[in-house]
Design a protein around this ligand. Structure first.
Ligand SMILES: Cc1cc2nc3c(=O)[nH]c(=O)nc-3n(C[C@H](O)[C@H](O)[C@H](O)COP(=O)(O)OP(=O)(O)OC[C@H]3O[C@@H](n4cnc5c(N)ncnc54)[C@H](O)[C@@H]3O)c2cc1C
Length: 405
């Protein structure tokens, strides 16, 4: 089968769905290709920082989630070795933790029903030059379908086929991995809207309320392989890695809903691979983890994917407004270049800030680590890193109502 589309987005994760919503807002229809049979919500929940909520505001989606998920207003950080507890207030809007499924559905519900094609795995791509600066992206799916499109956006995650085609370096292992899950308390857990975080040498854990009966929890450590049945993973956390952690944390892990437990190695793309890498070829580019996989220490992978969507939507929307049509030879390439220019350094700083933050959090109580943490990190680096999560990626341009689907 052969098809023709204006815009093809590969991947119906946060980046892909948000990009499709952004394009819809500026009057551009996109077809989203997803290899799975439905929306994937691996990881169970996600904490969205203020920058993510600003992006969701711009996409016109935040109002669907804010009545359900309350903001977090305080954070406690317990040093497991010394027992010291530090607390800090979230200023401004504060983060909120949401079910991944709810976020994906809130985005998908904004799209026309036929705009997501499931069981559609991208196998290969090519770019055909059309002359005059125009090019066509040709997408080959595993089932033999061929789709020609004016613009192709790879939102296909960590092991992106599109990023590989662009020549971006493969993501690397950070040296740490994470277990995540939901804990359910049918009678209520009794915790306030506060983050409880625990840090030890090479280990970091936290739990946070989603609602009155569910907590989202995670555990990060240097164990390279924790695969196996969820029950085994839970047992390894409780009996091997977190056995010295406070009982309040262990009790949360004991209440885990096994069907939500997953383990993942934490990967990143080196920031210089993003700064100097080829993020556009013809009218083909990447967004989300496909561009900037990062460790989750600042909770920014999903948030920055939402920012990508707004910025790409803005530049493509401006091109449509300038030209009255989606594809004017050369101008779409300029729109994508403007997107890449705006995102490249921001993404590289987020990868860097996340990595430094993780390294600092897990350093433990050795004297030199305490010197680096208290004498250097909190004095000189913390303010810069904290500011990264308050970033405002801006809005989408207004288009005449006739252009929107
Ligand atoms: C342990 C952990 C905790 C995290 N916590 C947070 C947090 O609190 N806050 C936050 O903002 N971020 C967090 N993140 C990061 C966040 O999960 C990711 O950055 C985000 O999910 C990226 O979204 P994406 O759409 O780019 O990629 P993905 O979510 O990976 O989506 C990619 C989609 O593309 C599809 N796909 C892949 N290949 C193909 C193909 N060949 N053809 C068709 N479809 C394809 C996949 O099936 C998938 O649906 C965390 C990450 C981890 C690992």
């Amino acid at each position: 089968m052969e098809m023709t589309e204006d815009v093809v987005i590969v991947g119906a994760g946060i980046a892909g769905l948000a990009t499709a919503v952004a394009l819809k807002r500026v009057g551009v229809r996109a077809l989203v290709l997803e290899r799975s049979q439905g929306l994937r919500s691996t990881g169970a929940a996600i904490t969205l920082q203020p920058n993510a909520w600003l992006a969701l505001d711009a996409l016109g989606v935040s109002h669907k989630l804010t009545p359900i998920y309350a903001p977090l207003f305080k954070r406690y950080v317990t040093n497991v070795s010394t027992g010291d507890v530090q607390q800090s207030l979230f200023t401004g809007k504060g983060p909120r933790t949401v079910h991944r499924k709810a976020l994906l559905e809130a985005l998908a519900d904004e799209l026309p029903t036929d705009s997501i094609r499931f069981s559609s795995k991208l196998a290969a791509i090519e770019s055909q030059e059309q002359g005059g600066g125009a090019s066509t992206a040709v997408v080959h799916l595993e089932d033999g379908t061929v789709i020609k499109s004016k613009v192709l956006i790879g939102c296909d995650g960590l092991h992106s086929v599109v990023a590989r085609w662009l020549g971006l370096a493969e993501p690397v292992y950070s040296g740490r991995s994470a277990v995540r899950g939901l804990a359910r308390f049918p009678q209520g857990h009794g915790f306030k809207q506060e983050v409880q975080r625990f840090e030890d040498v090479g280990k970091r854990a936290a739990f946070v309320p989603l609602n009155e009966r569910e907590l989202y929890w995670f555990f990060v450590c240097e164990e390279e392989n924790m695969t196996g049945e969820p029950e085994q993973i839970q047992r390894q956390v409780l009996e091997k890695h977190a056995e010295s952690f406070p009982s309040v944390y262990l009790d949360v892990v004991r209440h885990a809903d096994l069907s939500t437990i997953t383990w993942a190695p934490l990967m990143l793309r080196y920031p210089w691979g993003i700064v100097f890498g080829n993020l556009r070829k013809g009218n083909i580019t990447v967004a989300g983890d496909a561009m900037h996989p990062m460790t989750p220490d600042l909770g920014q992978g999903g948030g920055s994917s939402l920012e990508d969507a707004v910025v790409l939507g803005r530049h493509i929307g401006n091109s449509v407004i300038r030209n009255g049509a989606l594809m004017v030879p050369g101008d779409m390439a300029k729109a994508i270049d403007d997107y890449v220019k705006e995102r490249r350094w921001r993404a590289a700083w987020l990868v860097t800030g996340s990595y430094i933050s993780g390294w600092k959090q897990q350093g433990g109580a050795k004297w030199w680590m305490m010197f680096l943490r208290d004498g250097v990190f909190y004095k000189y680096v913390f303010g810069w890193i904290a500011g990264l999560v308050d970033y405002n990626c801006g809005n989408l341009p207004a288009v005449s109502s006739g252009k929107e689907d």
